[in-house]
Design a protein around this ligand. Structure first.
Ligand code: COA
Length: 512
């Protein structure tokens, strides 16, 4: 048999040339200054509350929130943090991590959504932004079929803003609805009570599949000791009213009595072994590092050829390009990232009718093959086109084609990740968060709301409000995508496994 010599997967450019090469070092310097600002905000978020609050926390033998996550996750694995910048510089103050760390960590090889309060920030109480953050994590869990762990250490609603939290105004209470639906979809959810868990907060662990309770640390009740005394005159300690021993031996709410944090982490890891989720077959190949001689910061957030950015992200920098000569304002094609097959759709010029139709075709194909799609969104290119498109006939054609593209993306069955690379704020963006990508990250120079207010034009403004899953250093994009693709592979297999057991649409868990 004679095989064609044509190589379908071809090497992308390895070097920068011409104007792009000339502009590289200035662009890199601009990117580094954005990254410096990003790092400052990240540091503020990770630091949490005051030194006094840290000392108090440590004096109670409690792990800090990152230590709690580290104790749960598999050694030598990295987490995917969601919404690290949430809560930064809001109208009501700067709330580190919005008092809640949310991430995906690997436990016994399974990607797991972990939500844990940072009790050093105002007792881990829930601000309006905290409610949104918790709900975003639940959406991720449900969309990606991920089990979850709640680490509860919170004083409940942040009372000065309670009117902004409760159901009529915000989504306070939505987490209970989410837990019920996650449970009825057959997706496991575990809670650890490792601190205060008062009033509405008490429902979260009570609705989960299994509950670990830490002695002399966790308490759970609808009204605390002061309320009991006011109502009945009875003096009672928090431990007597709703501590680990009470809930393990009298109320039956707790399933596992842990003597300390270490033991509670061991219980959770052990529970994950009992979930009976099999190891799934994989279509992954061996991962290969990108093969380029330049840095992603040399080309990030510019109008340079999108293939240069792609070359920094995919395995071996090789690409199977689709319709290369048609609709050149969009680059579409197949690649591997960390060994996973992936479709890539990237702005590369005018998003005109041809580009939109090509995108619709490609997204449809990826959906049929259940290949995850990465959208590299760069609407810097749109400005030229939209300003120039005053011809009615071509506008109408473009509108129809873009409508087809939007339909294809909105109904696609592929898991999707959007990376907002530059100028991302347009209704004609490739996959904005309104189309429910599974994950949506930004680069620091990706905004431009034209609000006339510099701060609102920054990506940090968006990430602080959970309009996205976080602003990331462009150099970490490949690592971020690797984790997303691992999550998608597990999620798809887990969904099929649950459906094979006919577990979906079961009634949610009813506890004692
Ligand atoms: N709303 C607003 N602020 C709260 C709060 C709440 N529900 N609960 C605690 N805080 C604040 C405290 O005022 C304190 O603020 P500061 O650091 O500026 O002084 C900080 O959080 C830490 O609280 P503190 O009581 O000093 O720390 P602690 O670790 O000993 O206790 C709690 C933490 C959460 C157990 C305790 O404060 C508590 O029981 N809070 C009330 C819980 C409650 O009834 N919630 C019902 C809400 S529906």
């Amino acid at each position: 048999m004679i095989r064609s010599a044509v190589r379908k997967f071809r090497q992308l450019p390895q070097k920068l040339t011409g104007e792009v090469a000339a502009a590289a070092s200035a662009n890199k310097a601009a990117q580094l200054s954005w990254i410096e600002k990003l790092n400052e905000i990240e540091e503020f978020a990770r630091k949490g509350g005051s030194e006094k609050a840290h000392k108090l926390h440590a004096s109670r033998n409690k792990y800090f929130i990152e230590e709690r996550v580290n104790a749960l996750k598999d050694e030598d694995t990295e987490i995917l943090e969601i919404g690290l910048l949430a809560g930064h510089d809001l109208d009501y103050g700067s709330i580190p991590r919005a008092t809640l760390m949310t991430c995906i960590a690997w436990i016994q090889g399974i990607p797991v959504c972990i939500g844990g309060s940072d009790a050093t920030v105002k007792g881990g109480t829930s601000y309006p932004i905290t409610v949104q953050k918790a709900n975003r994590l639940a959406d991720i869990g449900l969309q990606n079929f991920l089990p979850s762990v709640n680490l509860v250490d919170s004083g409940g609603a942040f009372l000065p803003l309670q009117s902004e939290i409760f159901p009529d105004k915000n989504d306070g209470g939505r987490n209970f609805y989410n837990i019920a639906n996650i449970s009825s979809a057959g997706i496991p959810m575990i809670s650890v009570v490792c601190g205060s868990c008062t009033a509405g907060g008490a429902y979260t662990p009570s609705m989960c599949d299994e509950m670990v309770f830490v002695d002399k640390m966790g308490t759970m009740f609808l009204g605390g000791p002061p309320l009991v005394e006011a109502a009945t005159g009875e003096k009672v300690t928090a431990e007597e009213l709703g501590g680990a021993m009470l809930h393990s031996s009298v109320s039956g709410c707790a399933d596992y009595f842990a003597r300390n944090e270490e033991e509670s982490a061991a219980y959770v890891r052990s529970i994950f072994e009992t979930l009976n989720i099999p190891e799934f077959a994989t279509t992954r190949k061996a991962a290969i590092e990108p093969n380029v001689e330049f840095d992603i910061l040399d080309v990030a957030s510019t109008k340079s050829d999108a293939r240069l950015t792609i070359a920094c992200l995919n395995d071996g920098s090789v690409f199977h390009e689709f319709k290369e000569l048609f609709g050149t304002g969009l680059v579409c094609g197949y690649a591997r990232i960390n060994g996973h097959m992936v479709g890539i759709v990237a702005n590369n010029g005018n998003f005109n009718a041809d580009a939109a139709l090509k995108g619709a075709h490609f997204v449809h194909l990826a959906s049929e093959r259940r290949i995850p799609v990465v959208f590299l969104q760069n609407s810097l290119f749109h400005d030229d086109f939209d300003a120039a498109s005053d011809d009615v006939a071509s506008s109408a054609e473009t509108m129809r084609a873009r409508a087809a593209y939007i339909s294809a993306v909105s109904t696609s069955k592929s898991p999707k990740v959007t990376i907002a690379c530059a100028g991302s704020n347009r209704l004609s963006d490739l996959c904005p968060r309104q189309y429910d990508p599974n994950f949506f990250f930004r680069w620091p120079a990706s905004m431009g709301l034209r609000s006339g207010n510099d701060w609102e034009d920054e990506s940090f403004f968006s990430s602080a409000r959970i309009w996205d899953d976080g602003t990331i250093d462009p150099r970490t994009t490949r690592d971020t995508l690797k984790k997303c693709l691992d999550i998608f592979e597990f999620g798809r297999n887990h969904e099929l496994f649950i459906k094979s057991k006919e577990l979906e649409n079961y009634q949610p868990m009813y506890r004692l």
